[in-house]
Design a protein around this ligand. Structure first.
Ligand code: PLP
Length: 393
């Protein structure tokens, strides 16, 4: 329905890898071009009209992000991606944690929300703890309750796993974490383009996502933090724009979000993210969700008919992505044939090695949807997949 808004999809290609990155709407390409042609300058420093206009557009983009997740603009930090946003918080905690403290993450986390916390614990002497999932892919809340304690300082979890596609019970996690005084960081990289999100409603302390997974540019990401948490967190990088006063004797820092935006920020990318969020808002996330749910239903129906299919988690819980294997055939071999048919899917551990270890699989195939996918895309995939399996039988 919306495919025509995405020039790249005019090619003969079936793009089913939106969990890795989404394609870009024409409106983003056109308006980015206009910004470079008409309004481009550095932000926050200049006095000329161009600099003022660039600063206005950059700060308007911050407001658009805030509105998109029900926050205030002073709580939105621009980063270069979800990975940098999580590293920013984890590296702050590496300085604030001490021996005896604990950080709790799930086994299903993307490496971006796993390794930075593991490293923060190594550096600080805190204990890194991991809670399990159930075989159907949902969080094992009994295990979570066993592992959270008054020693837990941070709980870092994904909203939707990039392998399982399950929506996790964030409100319950937040309630239990706050009861013991722990902060919650929500990795929203896989939910931001599929679910309406309100940070006020979820009551998370931090939230991170990437622009490129929500139809925006690469090189831009978002960290949301509650005011008291952003104030407590030490700066991540030092330099221009993040200071209050610099003297030979010492430096004081600006308030958030400037404190975390050292140097020239990704100006065009931030403005581009705002354009993409406008585009999605116009369509409506509820409508996108309904469309993707219908696509998933027909994909799962087709996949279930294939002998020897092994889903990672119960297929009934999938949102806009599903991962699976065919027993006895390596997904790389199947992927090779799909690529020849111009079908883009993802093969590998999807940056979730602990989760694949849990399922005793080295790799899997993942099909993921964006708002531009159609029933025809699902059919193209199923036809090619049958052909690939037939080849290896
Ligand atoms: N978290 C999840 C769940 C992801 O799927 C990804 C990317 O695939 C990331 C974090 C990291 O995002 P980025 O590589 O854009 O920083």
């Amino acid at each position: 329905m919306y495919k025509k808004d995405f020039p790249i999809l005019a090619q003969s290609i079936t793009y089913l890898d939106s969990a890795a990155t989404t394609q870009k709407p024409k409106v983003l390409l056109n308006q980015t071009n206009t910004f470079y042609k008409k309004d481009y300058a550095n932000v926050h420093r200049g006095t000329c009209a161009l600099a003022n206009q660039a600063t206005t557009l950059y700060e308007e983009a911050r407001q658009k992000v805030a509105d998109f997740i029900g926050a205030e603009s002073k709580n939105i930090v621009f980063t270069k991606g979800a990975t940098e946003a999580i590293n920013l918080v984890a590296s702050g905690y590496a300085q604030m944690l001490k021996e005896g403290d604990e950080v709790l993450v799930s086994i299903a986390e993307h490496h971006a929300n796993f390794v930075p916390w593991q490293q923060a614990c190594i550096k600080s002497g805190a204990t890194f703890k991991v809670f399990n999932i159930l075989p159907d892919g949902r969080f094992d809340m009994n295990d979570f309750k066993k592992k959270i304690s008054p020693k837990t300082r941070v709980v870092a979890v994904g909203h939707i796993s990039n392998v399982l596609g399950v929506v996790n019970p964030i409100k319950e996690i937040v309630e239990l974490a706050h009861k013991v005084g722990a902060k919650v960081l929500l990795d929203a990289a896989q939910s931001i383009s599929h679910l309406p999100i309100s940070v006020k409603d979820l009551d998370v302390d931090y939230l991170a996502f990437s622009g490129h997974k929500v139809y925006g540019p690469t090189g831009i990401g978002v960290l949301y933090g509650k005011t008291e948490d952003l104030n407590e967190l030490p700066p991540y990088q030092f330099g221009g724009d993040m200071i209050d006063e610099v003297k030979v004797e010492g430096t004081t820092f600006a308030l958030a979000p400037s404190k975390f935006e050292a140097g020239t920020p990704p100006i065009t990318q931030a403005i581009g993210l705002g354009i993409s969020l406008d585009y999605i808002k116009k369509i409506g996330l509820e409508k996108i969700q309904k469309h993707e749910k219908a696509l998933m239903k027909s994909l799962i129906k087709g996949l279930k008919e294939i002998p020897n299919i092994q889903f990672l988690g119960d297929p009934k819980h999938k949102t806009a992505l599903v991962s699976f294997n065919i027993a006895g055939i390596h997904p790389n071999d199947l992927g090779f044939i799909l690529a020849k048919e111009n079908i883009c899917v993802r093969i590998g551990h999807h940056c979730a090695m602990p989760l694949h270890t849990y399922f005793k699989m080295a790799a899997s195939m993942r099909v993921s949807f964006g708002l531009y996918n159609t029933k025809q895309d699902v059919q193209n995939f199923l036809n090619a997949f049958h052909k690939a399996i037939g080849f290896f039988k």
